[in-house]
Design a protein around this ligand. Structure first.
Ligand code: KG4
Ligand code: ZN
Length: 343
């Protein structure tokens, strides 16, 4: 089976080729121009996908050393994401599948992140716990099998990555801000400011990061002089380190508490925020202390990429009939159960 994967849910245009158990290529084009606007501009993102989709797909096939005739299925992200951006990859993928008369596999973006560590060996064993932390989502999901998911909790306001991005913007650090905060935090004191740990002791797996972001804003106001920020580099780094420590404390505590409650020994942390150096360090540290295997994808597979789309499609394909390949719009939600509806 040779799968061409396509991702275009936000501001990355990506294509990848996955054959049998091997990733042959993964080409990503990031739309850096959004930093000028302090966030992703949907209209511009869609237009940029239109421009780069064909060259990126061509490049992925070139690097994989395959021709069109060798592709046996096309997979593309169907959502969630920016609708204009999604439509570019989705319709490109569908049209290609129809023209080659091969199956099309629609892929759920969160589900693709969830299985991104399956691009590595070793990867988690079922059942495992998935902490999905990206710019748009913060979710803790119990994964019993491919397609059998239980949502244990999610954010009630901002996603973790969104909080990173908004705080970075307040500090004038550019977009996307997570990586910048991570970088500044390495020279800061994480104990310098005591920011709140929202819902840390709520007894459930809900997250909330909006109040934390506001606390940073109030802290900054104290330092503002006639409306302009008067922070030294060290003060800025201390804010980054203290803010990052607060987010990581909450993510680590809730994730590991769930592992304990459900007696799960494999944990995967995925999505853009999983690239965070402190989150990674503390997850691995905790894991080795309490015998929990922690799996975090390489940074190229943590932010949006098509390798994870093709990888998940390869896992899904054998479980789907031809009809379901065409119809699946699954990863539906029913109560607190998330499930992929197979016929
Ligand atoms: O998964 P992703 O590429 O896109 C979404 O599906 O949202 O995640 C992007 C998010 C952004 O909010 C970005 O700031 C954050 O991941 N991010 C980080 C780091 N690298 C990327 N957050 C914290 N630390 C990082 N090193
Ligand atoms: Zn994503």
């Amino acid at each position: 089976m040779t799968i061409l994967g396509i991702e275009s849910s936000c501001d990355e245009t990506s294509a990848a080729v996955f054959r049998d158990e091997t990733l042959l290529s993964n080409v990503i084009s990031s739309q850096f121009f959004h930093s000028e606007y302090g966030g992703v501009v949907p209209e511009l993102a869609s237009r940029a996908h239109l421009k780069s989709m064909l060259p990126i797909v061509r490049q992925a096939m070139l690097e994989a050393g395959i021709t069109l005739n060798e592709i046996t299925a096309v997979a593309a992200t169907q959502g969630p994401g920016l609708i204009g951006s999604l439509l570019v990859g989705l319709n490109f993928g569908k049209a290609l599948a129809i023209s080659l008369d091969i199956p099309f596999i629609p892929v759920h973006h969160i589900e693709a992140h969830l299985f991104s560590t399956f691009l590595h060996d070793p990867h988690p064993d079922f059942p495992f716990l998935g902490l999905v932390v990206s710019g748009g989502h913060t979710m803790l999901i119990r994964v019993d099998d491919i397609g059998v998911y239980t949502l244990l909790g999610g954010t009630i306001d901002d996603a973790a990555g969104e909080a990173f991005d908004k705080v970075a913007k307040m500090l004038g650090l550019g977009y996307p801000g997570g990586r910048e905060i991570d970088r500044c935090a390495t020279s800061g004191d994480p104990e310098a400011i005591s920011f709140p740990r929202p819902l840390l002791n709520s007894g459930d797996y809900r997250f909330s990061f909006s109040g934390l972001k506001t606390s940073v804003l109030y802290h900054l106001r104290k330092h503002a002089n006639k409306g302009s920020l008067t922070l030294t580099e060290q003060e800025r780094n201390d804010i980054c380190a203290s803010f990052q420590r607060a987010i990581v404390d909450v993510l680590l505590e809730k994730c590991m508490r769930a592992a304990k409650e459900y007696s799960i020994t494999d944990v995967t942390v995925v999505g853009g925020v999983s690239a965070n150096s402190e989150l990674q360090r503390r997850m691995y540290e905790y894991g080795s202390l309490y015998d929990i295997q922690v799996y975090i994808p390489d940074v190229v597979y943590s932010t949006d990429n098509a390798a994870m789309v093709a990888r998940l499609a390869a896992l899904l394909a054998p479980r789907m009939t031809t009809t379901s390949l065409l119809q699946a719009s699954a990863f539906a939600r029913s109560g607190d159960r998330l499930f992929r509806a197979y016929p």
